[in-house]
Design a binder for this molecule. Structure first.
Ligand code: WQD
Length: 326
């Protein structure tokens, strides 16, 4: 049994590859290396460079490695960029998935795990978002993830492919410094960058209807997220025809201000943030109900926000040694 991990050289993908290896699962990585980094992969995991839009290449790797399950993470993931380049996002995230699913069903692969996002919910007006909360994405990025879920589910129903969509909430942290996120697109690295530059980190709005006025999110350690993939991959293997959808979060909301306080404590910087206007499109509060996966598979997150920030910081200092405080 071999799992093909598309996007396996990415920040989240490389954590999934490592968790699968630690669980004794055989993997092969398929990645176009547009943002992925080959050095993130263990030496004994084969890497095939290619795009999911390349049907022939995908078919060759599925047959050549006797792939029986796919974990599909390869995708574009920047919300703002998706507003500027919607056609590019639909091509990469939806057409790339359609081509992959065609190859997967032709090859008789049994299981398919799809990397989805809390972005499918858009601006939920509930305290805890369950998998039944209506999906109303607010960006082309979120739309491509929801359309992806539909493609995956429809294919499963038509062919018997066992499928799962995992809706990630706000991913942070690193299992080890060399696997840390190298992008500066989310709160934690954006704050690290400001601190390193000697500038004040920014709070995008403190007039939200939340206890301290700043946005609330459900942060999940990438190592926990990777373990969830292992649990779901195994569940798919033992449940032919499965059609699963899970939120992957901690079920605990943390405000931007609380994150800033913890970041100051971990990094040793004591820099007061400045408050800027709200970032357009940001929902006030997005927190998962993480009950379904806990009840059905017995999985739940183990790491807290302190673990996320301190492990992310170790990775940041490795890349930006000038950030270290004496
Ligand atoms: C978190 C909170 C900001 C930076 C996005 C996507 C989502 C998923 C994860 C991909 C918000 C605030 C941030 C800063 C701040 N992406 N913030 N100052 O927007 O919740 O989610 O990334 O799969 O789909 O939408 O994440 O990390 O950008 O922001 O105040 O310098 O931090 O307003 O409240 P977001 P984020």
């Amino acid at each position: 049994m071999t799992w093909l991990i598309t996007g396996g050289a990415g920040y989240i993908g490389a954590h999934v590859v490592r968790a699968m290896a630690e669980a004794g699962e055989r993997t092969v990585v398929y990645d176009d290396l547009s943002t992925g980094i080959a050095a993130r992969l263990p030496e004994d995991v084969p890497l095939v460079e290619g795009s999911t839009l390349d049907a022939e290449r995908v078919a060759r790797v599925l047959a050549g490695h006797e792939v029986t399950g796919v974990v599909h993470l390869a995708a574009k993931k920047q919300v703002g960029e998706s507003v500027e380049l919607p056609l590019h996002y639909y091509r990469q995230n939806v057409e790339g998935l359609r081509v992959l699913l065609e190859a997967v069903t032709d090859a008789g692969v049994a299981s398919f795990l799809f990397s989805s996002s809390a972005a499918v919910y858009g601006m939920p007006d509930v305290e805890l978002v369950t998998e039944e909360t209506p999906c109303v994405p607010m960006s082309p990025y979120g739309e491509t993830k929801l359309a992806g879920e539909w493609l995956v589910r429809a294919t499963g129903r038509a062919t018997g492919l066992a499928t799962a969509s995992l809706r990630y909430f706000n991913v942070a942290g690193a299992a080890s410094p060399e696997l840390a996120d190298t992008g500066v697109f989310n709160l934690v690295p954006m704050v690290f960058e400001k601190l390193t530059e000697g500038a004040a980190p920014r709070i995008f709005g403190d007039d939200y209807p939340t206890p301290d006025g700043t946005g609330i999110r459900d942060y999940i350690h990438v190592a926990d997220l990777a373990d969830a993939h292992v649990a779901v991959a195994r569940a798919l293997r033992s449940a032919p025809g499965a059609d699963l959808t899970f939120n992957i979060g901690r079920g605990e909301g943390v405000s931007v201000r609380e994150m800033m306080d913890q970041i100051n404590a971990v990094t040793g910087y004591d820099r007061a943030p400045t408050v800027t206007p709200r970032r357009p499109g940001d929902p006030p509060c997005v927190v998962a109900s993480a009950d379904r996966i806990a009840t059905e598979l017995g999985w739940k997150a183990r790491h807290d926000v302190h673990d996320m920030i301190s492990s992310a910081w170790e990775g940041w200092v490795r890349l930006h040694p000038e950030a270290a405080r004496a």
